[in-house]
Design a binder for this molecule. Structure first.
Ligand code: PMP
Length: 365
């Protein structure tokens, strides 16, 4: 018989966990301060319950993946059924791999071929490596304010906190923190979003060294600032003119701003795209893919790009993706998301107006 658990406070749990984990948390972004760090008991729908029994409405939804709400019965049952009847990971292929990609391609028709990954970070790493392998070039242009995961070369950013607005000087590019080899800094060039001159300046200087431009079309990690359609078109044209690839990071926008992600919304298509978060409703699944001729650089000869990993396309991930994508495609989930999103904006706007708080909403309408 299981013993009833004694209820502990957030503060007590943090004090204990600090002996075992840096900051007392499993990853940096869960530490919100000594008084604010939460330890959850459970999640359901849009609600979180913490260890003290307090309920919260979670607008962040686990950094984004929980598109259908926490503990969606349909997705969870599909995963549990798969684990029970088939298993989890074997290092072999299954027919489900192809079925998920066929489903994904029916929503994102610009994608020809794909590979799976376990996180958004891994998907970006795979896409960038593939772009480098295909072009034989090393440099990548990153659009300022974008976030592409926690791996060394993507952990450089513009220091806008110490930059004077309107200054002629570009903000300094600084590392996220310690431990990043300075040599990884040289792999990227940074350009401000929606700045045509900066983009053409970099391409004029070193166009034949640029493997790819990587951007979040709607910067979910930077106040949802959005690329203009003209800028995306300029990116598309400039990449084509210089033989560089356009990588659109749809880890946040994929299956959210539209079934076909931001690319369907803008009508401008990437050579390679990364997906994660919403494709698995919280189960760790990700993918990258795009043009067949580009993806086919992945292979087993010495000239090919290597991609793989023990847990890639494990059956938990794949069955979650199949169930989630099926629901997003074949129910009114997407319309509901957009309708409720609009209602939340309206309510928040009324509250802010009532309290004379200046506000603006960013992101796609
Ligand atoms: N790209 C984007 C646009 C993201 O928002 C994130 C995560 N916030 C990542 C990549 C990295 O994804 P993950 O945390 O799954 O590694």
């Amino acid at each position: 018989m299981t013993q009833p658990r004694t209820r502990l406070t957030n503060a007590a749990l943090l004090e204990r966990s600090k002996h075992h984990m840096p900051l007392g948390v499993a990853e940096n972004y869960r530490y919100w301060g000594d008084k604010e760090t939460l330890f959850l008991e459970s999640m359901k729908g849009c609600r979180l319950t913490d260890c003290e029994g307090r309920q919260f409405v979670d607008f962040r939804l686990g950094y984004g993946p929980i598109i259908l709400g926490y503990r969606d019965e349909r997705v969870d049952s599909a995963v549990i059924e798969t684990i029970r009847s088939r298993g989890v990971t074997s290092g072999f292929s299954s027919q489900l791999d192809t079925e998920v990609i066929e489903l994904l391609k029916s929503m994102c028709p610009n994608v020809d071929k794909m590979r799976f990954a376990n996180s958004g970070t891994e998907a970006v790493m795979g896409a960038v490596r593939t772009a480098r392998g295909f072009t034989g070039r090393e440099k990548v242009i990153v659009v300022e304010g974008g976030f592409h995961g926690l791996y060394d070369e993507m952990m450089w950013r513009s220091d806008v906190e110490r930059w004077e607005v309107g200054s002629e000087q570009d903000p300094e590019i600084i590392p996220f923190g310690a431990g990043l080899p300075v040599s990884t800094r040289a792999l990227s060039e940074f350009v401000p979003l929606n700045d045509f001159e900066a983009l053409s300046g970099v391409f004029e200087r070193m166009g034949d060294e640029i493997a790819a431009v990587v951007l979040e079309p709607i910067m979910g990690n930077c106040g949802s600032i959005s690329a203009t359609p003209q800028y995306l078109q300029a990116l598309r044209d400039t990449c084509d003119a210089h033989g560089s690839l356009l990588i659109i990071d749809e880890v946040k926008t994929g299956f959210r701003v539209g079934l076909g992600g931001a690319q369907e919304f803008y009508g401008i298509y990437a050579d390679l795209t990364t997906y994660a978060k919403a494709m698995g409703n919280g189960y760790p699944v990700a993918a990258f893919g795009g043009r067949a001729d580009v993806m086919d650089v992945i292979g087993q000869t010495r000239q090919s790009v290597v991609h793989g990993g023990t847990y890639t396309a494990n059956l938990i991930a794949i069955s979650a993706a199949r169930a989630t994508l099926d629901i997003l495609k074949n129910t009114d989930a997407m319309e509901t998301t957009h309708r409720v999103g609009g209602q939340i904006r309206e309510v928040l706007s009324r509250v802010f107006d009532h309290h004379d708080i200046a506000h603006a909403f960013a992101g796609p309408d």
